[in-house]
Design a protein around this ligand. Sequence first.
Ligand code: ATP
Ligand code: MG
Length: 430
Amino acid sequence: MNLADQLESFLTAESLALIRLIRTEAERLGFSLYLVGGSVRDLLLGRQINDFDLTVEGDAAHLAEAVLRKYAGKVVFHARFGTATWTLDDTTFKRLNIPLLGSSGFPPFLDFISARSETYSQPGALPTVKRSTIDDDLFRRDFSINAMAVRLDGKYWGQLHDPLGGQADLERKWIRHLHARSFVDDPTRMLRAVRYVGRFEFEIEPGTLDSINEEARDVLSRLSGERLRHEFDLIFEEPNPSALLHRLAELDLLKPIHLSLHHGNFQLPYLEILSVEFGEFTIPDIMTFKRTLGWILWLMPLSEFDVDIISKRLDFPALLTRSARAASTLLNALPSFVAWRPSQWTFYLEALPSISVYAVYLVRKEAALREYLVHWRKIKPTVTGDDLKKRGLEPGPRYSEILRQLRAAWLDGEVQNENEELRLLEKLEN
Ligand code: ATP
Ligand code: MG
């Protein structure tokens, strides 16, 4: 099968120009050059390709050097994996003669990878890699649909290389692993499988499903927190993380990570919020990365105790731990705050990360939380510390106490203009 037409319609003009120049250099060096992995899958599915992986049979570092010499930019070599990353710069764009500098759809950097084989010294370990052929390189991959290559050099331009039956599985809508020990070698592949199931509405092939067994779950339970967290980060970036987590629970893949993540113990619907548009209410000055919000929404119904254990297990960065914990605390405490005045809400909520307040609002729709995020947190007295000094007040802890009381009065509507504020200030000074 030849995919030349697909290459031309699903890659941006800039990406094509880039591939053509790399192909010329690969030909000069006598290397076969391939587009591999997810980009080939997406090409066959007729999806737009944004990031692509290039693999050569030969020394990727040589190829990167050759490209660097002709098209400038910067290259970083990664000796352990025999890969090199080429970062393009303005000179590159000029030499490429591409009018739209840094236009969208143009990758700012590119990885050059030598075809390699991988072996696992023990289950769940990082692999030992060795330079090899494209066939070996495809065989080390996760699923057949991700183990295809399109050859790009010389007369082979566009030729599909599919030794493991990826195209047939795309047609059957199957996620199929490449050998029976695949999930024991690398249990993150089980989470990847579920991600593709959700994204493409595919099924896990029956034999592959059988390999999701106790041995693989056991290796999963011992995986590093960082590797696990990364897989969930990616799940939260998918269109429907809630469905994916449900599926993971069904496959008993959450229990090995922590018992309280299993679906029996908490209400997944919280996460469905992630699948709908936030359009109704977004706050420009609060960073709401989908994955951060995903974690907070997922863990929010758990006790602070469990949130702490999971944060440790998954090696959360400090801010994420704090945000997830704060959301759990706030959600639990919310019913006891209902009679609070705006100043009480504000002083309490200010000590929490804003994204936690936002997440709890999305779940509970408590109006005070919204008022706080949109208005209250920005309300400040007009009087400042400088003013107090000018009025002859001794600097000290009394300053912040007075300013706090003025702010509370503004928040609670007890003061509505500067005259009233001044009158209150006079009272507080005595
Ligand atoms: P996405 O669209 O989610 O980026 P992708 O297929 O490009 O999907 P990547 O995670 O970017 O996935 O990885 C690129 C390729 O590397 C995959 O297509 C697959 O061939 C291979 N790969 C990635 N992770 C693994 C893994 N854990 N085990 C084996 N092969 C993997
Ligand atoms: Mg990718």
